[in-house]
Design a protein around this ligand. Structure first.
Ligand SMILES: Cc1cc2nc3c(=O)[nH]c(=O)nc-3n(C[C@H](O)[C@H](O)[C@H](O)COP(=O)(O)O)c2cc1C
Length: 189
């Protein structure tokens, strides 16, 4: 499958604001979620779920982000609060990957979290395979309890990432990658 290899060896993230509309269709969103949920999952616990932010719902979620921002920074300007309200509206589609990792008799929570990371990466790759670009970010609001409550996250749930998806501006500029000689060794007895 040479096309898959090309995607994997050339993919780069874009900034959320570089990603433009039109957004993926309902059928494409279904494909994105289908691919994202097709990941290794020790114990078949499904230790992740997804929240789709599209259209005006992106700004409704942004209201909660702006509110939390104002309570953290009461001296913030109206412009700063407005920018926070736009956080999830920079790209035409945002899908949050939520980790549901929890204590389990057999499966370590670490492995459940890794599965959520795999779901996020599969989501990113599916976006590129459909011709979109993506940005996997968390930013401060992924760790803010008031925002998490407003988005419906339970106490043990965490944001693995807000994956921003849209049409890329053009071919990406590459960035340096770690030399394989520094990150891979061959085990020798
Ligand atoms: C869990 C996770 C959270 C991240 N959060 C942010 C973030 O909040 N802000 C940011 O600029 N990059 C964040 N990144 C990094 C970007 O996703 C991306 O790796 C980086 O921009 C370069 O990506 P590329 O090698 O895919 O081009 C995060 C990555 C991961 C895995």
């Amino acid at each position: 499958m040479p096309d898959a290899l090309k995607l994997l060896t050339t993919r780069r993230s874009f900034k959320p604001h570089e990603l433009s509309g039109p957004p993926p269709s309902a059928a494409e969103i279904e494909t994105l979620l289908t691919v994202a949920s097709r990941v290794p999952d020790h114990g078949k616990l499904v230790p992740w779920r997804f929240i789709v932010f599209e259209g005006e719902a992106r700004r409704a979620a942004g209201d909660a982000i702006a509110l939390a921002f104002r309570s953290k920074y009461p001296d913030a300007t109206a412009e700063q609060a407005d920018a926070e309200r736009e956080r999830l509206a920079r790209a035409p589609l945002v899908i949050a990957v939520v980790s549901r990792a929890a204590p389990h008799v057999k499966i370590p929570e670490w492995e459940q979290m890794l599965s959520a990371g795999a779901a996020a990466m599969n989501l990113v790759l599916a976006a590129y395979a459909l011709g979109y670009g993506a940005s996997w970010i968390t930013e401060w609001y992924a760790y803010d309890r008031a925002v998490l409550d407003a988005l419906g996250l339970r106490a043990h749930e965490r944001i693995a990432g807000f994956v921003h998806i849209g049409r890329p501006p053009g071919p990406p500029q590459d960035r340096p990658r770690p030399p394989l000689s520094e990150i891979a060794t061959r085990f020798r007895a």
